[in-house]
Design a protein around this ligand. Structure first.
Ligand code: ADP
Ligand code: GLC
Length: 480
């Protein structure tokens, strides 16, 4: 089976969030199950800089607006997963993130940048491909490659079956309808059963309308996105297409996120040597300028600072948690109002609150190992990886009952003693979150109960293996 993943990010080449982790880990997990899996990415500077053995293999002609680009082939640096990279300096070789400039504004030509990604993906999935290697499955991810199934649908040639991976329905890639013509899309595709969404061209809707199957990143989110609360206007569409919608919980990369193997930790540990976790806590308190205090429950956040993540709720009650004896370590960036709020909080509580604004891969691992309790008060969370990293690192999470958080975290108190692995609350309110976090802090001081909670999380099979088998089963069904 040949599978081409199409993505706007893939760890370790380029990452802004969990999508990168998934695209870094799922293809090698499929490879272990004997699938020939490759990845198509835009040629951002970090991709060109970090990929191994890159070389030009084809010229891509007749691309809308830009004419031509070069297709490079190479490998992921660690896993050696084969990759294809679209090289076009004008489109992709800039500073900033894949989506935004250094001021945090979306690149104005994003529809073109990701329209080209989608177009190239469609070509590689079709009989028009310049490559000998032709995929059976084209697995697109989120809106950035959502146009590919639509473009492929209108090609008059043999084609791969298409899968749309939905990692976040809040980002839909909706643009001015002028882009339909600019991207060379067939005019007949711009209609309510196609690409049109409230008078605009929607990349995500294109993927939903024309893909052969959709897979979202947790079973619970697959249900939620068929309701108005979680689907941002696409609930009707998703309900109508629910026959091709599946939910598979993400796994975690157990070579990258494993406290025994973690390259960023000074003190590695597993569940038989949890005392060493205390050494990580002390090292973290030291490096973040927090008081060295083994007794204080160290709460932690590593997150994009976006409305989705519910961090405003934490800000509302953080002082009260500190007053009750907690310490808090925050790493993240995004919404300037949240960044400001957390910086003010740190100023008000020197030695008790540490806030790092920015993106820092080593620190994210050190926080996961050194903290006691991981906080994720998300309003919605398609899957969430950090709560699973928390489970693997003996850092029980406090989460809202939503999306993949509900599928992976079982409340202490409400679940069987051998299953409980964290703390779950229902409503996105400060009161509910505070109550759950206070429960966690109280349980932390009960050494026996806490150890059991940590063991339950650390024993859980969070690896990609079983999820990869489910992906494979869907691919097989599509091509049979
Ligand atoms: P999302 O994809 O919605 O951001 P996930 O929980 O699925 O949420 O994945 C987030 C990923 O991004 C995790 O690997 C997390 O460690 C990482 N991450 C988020 N913010 C930062 C940051 N500021 N520095 C380092 N890693 C971060
Ligand atoms: C998205 C979601 C997150 C999920 C990740 C990987 O960014 O917000 O919940 O874990 O994709 O699938």
């Amino acid at each position: 089976m040949r599978i081409l993943f199409v993505s706007s990010e893939a760890y370790p080449l380029i990452k802004t969030g969990g999508l990168a982790d998934v695209v870094g880990a799922l293809p090698p997990a499929l490879h272990k199950l004997k699938a020939d899996t490759r990845i198509l990415l835009p040629g951002y500077p970090s991709v060109l800089g970090k990929a191994a053995n890159l070389m030009p293999i084809a010229k891509l002609d007749y691309l809308p607006q830009i004419g031509n680009a070069t297709l490079l082939q190479g490998e992921m640096p660690d896993t050696k997963t084969p990759i294809y990279v679209i090289q076009h300096p004008g489109l992709y070789e800039r500073d900033g993130t894949p989506y935004q400039d250094s001021k945090g504004l979306d690149w104005v030509d994003n529809p073109l940048r990701f329209g080209i990604l989608s177009h190239v993906a469609a070509v590689l999935g079709s009989g028009f491909s310049p490559l000998e290697w032709k995929p059976d499955i084209l697995h697109c991810n989120d809106w950035q490659s959502g146009l590919a199934p639509a473009i492929l649908h209108f090609f008059n040639t043999t084609r791969a079956k298409t899968v749309l991976g939905i990692h976040n329905l809040a980002y839909q890639g909706n643009f001015e309808d002028a882009w339909v013509g600019l991207l060379g899309l067939p005019p007949q595709s711009y209609q309510p059963a196609g690409l049109e969404f409230y008078g605009r061209l929607s990349f995500l809707k294109a993927g939903i309308s024309y893909s052969d199957a959709m897979i979202t990143v947790s079973p619970n989110y697959a249900k939620e996105i068929q309701t108005a609360e979680y689907a941002y206007g696409m609930e009707g569409l998703l309900t109508a297409q629910s026959g091709k919608l599946h939910g598979i919980l993400n796994g975690i990369d157990s070579t990258e996120w494993n406290p025994k193997l973690d390259q960023y930790l000074i003190h590695s540990y597993d569940r038989t040597e949890l005392v060493k976790k205390s050494a990580n806590k002390e090292a973290l308190q030291n490096s973040l300028g927090l008081e060295i205090d083994p007794i204080a429950p160290l709460l932690a956040v590593v997150s994009r600072m976006a409305h989705q993540k519910g961090l405003d709720i934490l800000l509302n009650c953080a002082s009260s948690l500190i007053h009750d004896g907690a310490q808090l370590a925050v790493l993240g960036s995004g919404d300037p109002i949240l960044e400001y709020g957390f910086n003010q909080l740190a100023k008000a509580h020197p030695g008790r609150v540490s806030v790092t604004i920015g993106y820092n891969e080593p620190l994210s691992h050190q926080i996961m190992a050194g903290a006691d309790i991981f906080l994720m008060p998300s309003r919605f969370e398609p899957c969430g990886l950090n709560q699973m990293y928390g489970l693997a690192y003996g850092t029980p999470p406090v989460v809202r009952h939503t999306g993949g958080l509900a599928d992976s975290v079982h409340d202490f108190g409400a679940s069987a003693p051998n299953e409980a692995n964290g703390f779950v609350f229902e409503k996105t309110t400060t009161l509910d979150f505070l109550a759950a976090t206070c429960r966690a802090m109280k349980t932390f001081h009960d050494k026996k109960a806490w150890a059991k909670l940590q063991q339950n999380g650390m024993k859980q099979d969070l690896s990609w293996e079983s999820s990869a088998k489910k992906y494979l089963a869907i691919y097989r069904e599509l091509i049979s």
